[in-house]
Design a protein around this ligand. Structure first.
Ligand SMILES: NC(=O)c1ccc[n+]([C@@H]2O[C@H](COP(=O)([O-])OP(=O)(O)OC[C@H]3O[C@@H](n4cnc5c(N)ncnc54)[C@H](O)[C@@H]3O)[C@@H](O)[C@H]2O)c1
Length: 300
């Protein structure tokens, strides 16, 4: 399969921007491609600010930072960087039609040896691989948010993913300073998000059953279980609509009513109360996004 020197990251959003910097810091020539110039500008600014803070705190030297930025390119041209890519990490919007179109295009534009990986949280490789003529070189390489900080990556193989692709992806993840966990069988949500989902569902059952309040459940999770934040706080952080859409998509696939979004989550989504980003969710937030202590928006 040859060596991996050049990486192409698709999408410069929350995940793509940081994944790009992780690659550049690890010594790879990295191109970050997005359709939207505004997303690229935002990504560049965010990474400059983030690395400036890391330099200030002594976690990164100025020389390392400058070398990483010298290896990092942002652009709206796909053809040029794709032609040189040894490995692609797709982190575009979570829509299957967009991803399948992108993978078909990448299959046409990248060299035959290139591995095409998706950072998708929900779509397994087999939903995407058959859009390409190289399904053996398609897998999930799933980072966690914030990608610069979180060490774990899940590598998910589909039925057609080759051993060689898995080996090369594991080796790449290690070079990026990550701890890869390989899943040999595909399942929506993989491991981390399934466990997170189970905790979230139980928390909602306890709430809707009138057993404990939002604040009580979050407090127990933080102070008894050592979670960095409670399940309701986490839903507010990631966006209540994200979990809602994931569950709806899972229900559409399974037809199992257990997979439907819960009553209280549906109510919040219908009211547009999606968490921090809208100022209200399970809790209320001030205009800087800080939780207004002692005022859970919903205390059932
Ligand atoms: N946000 C998370 O916490 C998280 C964690 C792990 C994995 N993921 C996955 O990462 C992917 C990206 O998520 P995100 O949160 O960074 O999304 P985001 O909305 O922040 O960014 C998506 C970017 O993709 C760009 N885009 C859309 N269509 C494109 C196309 N055809 N070509 C190139 N760029 C395109 C958009 O302009 C946008 O900048 C999703 O598949 C998601 O499931 C997200």
């Amino acid at each position: 399969m040859g060596t991996i020197d050049r990486i192409l990251v698709i999408g410069a959003g929350t995940m793509g921007a940081q994944i790009g910097l992780v690659c550049a810091l690890a010594g790879f020539e990295t191109a970050v491609y997005d359709l939207a110039e505004t997303a690229l500008d935002r990504a560049r600014t965010e990474l400059e600010e983030r690395t400036a803070r890391a330099v200030e705190k002594g976690r990164l030297s100025e020389a390392e930072r400058d070398a990483a930025f010298a290896r990092l390119r942002f652009g709206t041209d796909l053809t040029g960087p794709a032609a040189k890519a040894d490995f692609v990490i797709e982190a575009a919007v979570e829509r299957l039609d967009v991803k399948r179109k992108l993978f078909a295009e990448l299959d046409r534009l990248t060299p035959p040896h290139a591995i095409l990986a998706t950072n998708s949280s929900g779509f397994v490789p087999s939903r995407i691989a058959d859009a390409t003529g190289r399904p053996d070189r398609v897998c999930n390489l799933h980072f966690f948010n914030p990608a610069m900080v979180m060490r774990c990556v899940e590598i998910v193989r589909g039925p057609q993913t080759s051993d060689e692709t898995v080996r090369a992806t594991v080796a790449l993840a290690e070079r990026l300073g990550k701890l890869p966990v390989v899943l040999d069988k595909e399942i929506p949500g993989f491991v981390a998000n399934r466990i997170l989902g189970a905790v979230r569902d139980e928390a909602i059952r306890l709430l809707e059953g009138g057993i404990a309040s939002v604040e009580a459940i979050d407090t127990v999770c933080r102070t008894a279980l050592g979670y960095p934040m409670g399940p309701f706080e986490l839903m507010d952080l990631t966006g209540i609509d994200i979990g809602y859409h994931t569950k709806k998509a899972r229900y559409e696939e399974s037809g199992d009513p257990q997979d439907l979004p819960s009553r209280s989550v549906t109510e919040l989504v219908e009211r547009g109360e999606l968490g921090r980003k809208t100022g209200k969710g399970w809790y209320a937030y001030d205009r800087h996004g800080n939780k207004i202590e002692g005022t859970p928006w919903i205390s059932r």
